[in-house]
Design a protein around this ligand. Sequence first.
Ligand code: CMP
Length: 136
Amino acid sequence: MSKLEQTLSIVKPDAVERNLTENIKTIFLKNNLIVKESKKIHLSKEEAAEFYKVHQSKPFYDALCSYLSSGPIMVMILEGENAVSLNRKLMGATDPKNADENTIRKLYGISIDKNSVHGSDSLDNAKREIDFFFRN
Ligand code: CMP
């Protein structure tokens, strides 16, 4: 069943730095995801740690927070039918090495850390992540 949903997308520092934001937005638009709101920001490490706190027990947590706060990012609210799962399909696997052809991470990702984009993994997390960036 299709549902109109919103999800959060982040274009990470590696992709902003390589001027890939417009290419990534084009992939969303071609696949019927509308960009409802967007802004370019530079998080502090503390803000990145708050955003990624679901990963705080993971061995890569500190490096992940340092990386997300290492340069500007573009955060976007995407809206469309089944936006959460569609965005994840368009992104591809977390590790670009394992991502399907023509996914964003296959096209642009450099490594599991510098994997160019983040996308909410569930509707609940999408609400939390949209609130984090746009509703405070
Ligand atoms: P993202 O979708 O932003 O969610 C958490 C991030 O942690 C993930 O993308 C990866 O960039 C990063 N990461 C680093 N190491 C790992 C790992 N071993 N497993 C999963 N994610 C990892």
